[in-house]
Design a protein around this ligand. Structure first.
Ligand code: TXA
Ligand code: MG
Length: 350
């Protein structure tokens, strides 16, 4: 399949290009598009055949449900069976934006889109190109992140091209995304709303609107035999080819420990990479040292994390050590993704 790549500037949207992209979706095709979180791989969320194509293009297990993206609040009503006051409050506070709500689905939504579940994930993204595209596509764009299953989510069009060229009809290049980690998912079908995936919208921000909100306890690697509630969170995701381990502890201890591990690894013939911060990057003696950003700015770290994980694949490192980050505020989303990428391998440096 020929994949057309077109550039659309969010601040000067070309209506003709958007119309063409929208028609591809209405005709049952697939278009990757930028959002404020990561790039999405879009198909018609109400067309079961489109959802099947999305799973095939991603190589994703079909029990892993898709998020339906909408552009207007009124479009929420036809696809869900109930809209509570709390749901409206969250929509008012965070839509358009990086928040996905799990809601009871209506009959309009095919089970192919929800992976067989009676609930549907809905999000209104805050990206002008995404919103215009969703409207042109008929209002309901089912979209997982536009990576092949198991790879980090794409934060730049080049990532999407690497993964999806030849597999989908079109890629809309909108440059680098803003946030860099996927949306926060909150399950509104629970008695007490529950965060199924941490993101830019933090537990505290949700708490301020809802008064109560819990966190799926399987998310931060706590010992539990239960599976995470969001089916996608159970898969080893975002995994770089090199074997990634997180090293936690005081700054000094972490630097010492990682340098010792680098020496050991290199002595065995490994090529070693490190995910460091602005504050520490000069202290490492690895083959490749990547700076994730300053510890003073979690947004910066979130923004660059996936690109770094992808770059390590090109650098062909076989071992990767990463510093650890605070599990507070947005740091919770960063650590959640990093832990998954590391398959929960953590060393405590003394
Ligand atoms: O920021 C984002 O959310 C991006 C952009 C493109 O919008 N999308 C994204 O989609 O991250 P995806 O498919 O990569 O992740 C969706 C997650 C998966 O973990 C999936 O299991 C979960 O949402 N999910 C979807 N529908 C669900 C449902 N009905 N119940 C529980 N979890 C659900
Ligand atoms: Mg994904």
């Amino acid at each position: 399949m020929d994949t057309q790549v077109i550039v659309i500037d969010e601040h000067n949207i070309d209506a003709d290009k958007i119309r063409v992209a929208g028609k591809i979706i209405r005709d049952g095709g697939l278009v990757a598009f930028p959002t404020e979180t990561v790039y999405g791989l879009g198909g018609d969320g109400l067309n079961p055949e489109s959802s099947k194509r999305i799973y095939a293009a991603k190589g994703r297990p079909s029990d892993n449900p898709l998020i339906i993206h909408i552009a207007r609040l009124e479009d929420l009503y036809p696809i869900v069976s109930e809209v509570t006051e709390d749901v409206l409050r969250l929509a008012e506070a965070f839509w358009p934006g990086p928040l996905t709500m799990i809601l009871p689905k209506s009959d309009r939504v095919p089970y192919e889109t929800t992976g067989g579940l009676d609930t549907v994930a809905v999000r209104m993204p805050e990206h002008k190109t995404a919103l215009a595209f969703i409207e042109a596509a008929g209002g309901y764009v089912a979209a997982p992140s536009a990576n092949t299953s198991g790879k980090p989510s794409p934060t730049m069009a080049t990532h999407v091209i690497d993964d999806m060229q030849g597999r989908i009809d079109m890629i809309i290049d909108g440059g680098a995304v803003g946030i860099g980690l996927e949306s926060t998912i909150v399950d509104m079908t629970e008695e007490v709303p529950m965060i199924l995936r941490p993101g830019y919208i933090t537990q505290e921000m949700l708490y301020k609107v809802l008064g109560e909100v819990t966190m799926d306890k399987t998310l931060m690697g706590e010992d539990t035999k239960e599976a995470p509630k969001a089916p996608g969170m159970k898969y080893k995701h975002y995994a770089p080819k090199g074997d990634l381990t997180i090293v936690e502890g005081s700054e000094e201890a972490v630097i010492q420990q990682i340098n010792a591990l680098i020496c050991k690894g290199q002595a065995r013939g490994e090529r070693v990479g490190v995910i460091a911060t602005k504050e520490t990057m000069d202290y490492y003696k690895a083959d490749v040292v990547k700076c994730a950003g300053s510890r003073q700015c979690e947004e910066e770290i979130a923004h660059g994390l996936y690109a770094i994980l992808r770059e390590f694949d090109d650098d062909e490192v076989t071992l990767i050590y990463s510093e650890s980050f605070e599990s507070l505020g947005m740091g919770q989303a960063i650590m959640n993704r990093l832990l998954k990428a590391a398959g929960y391998q953590v060393i405590h440096a003394e």
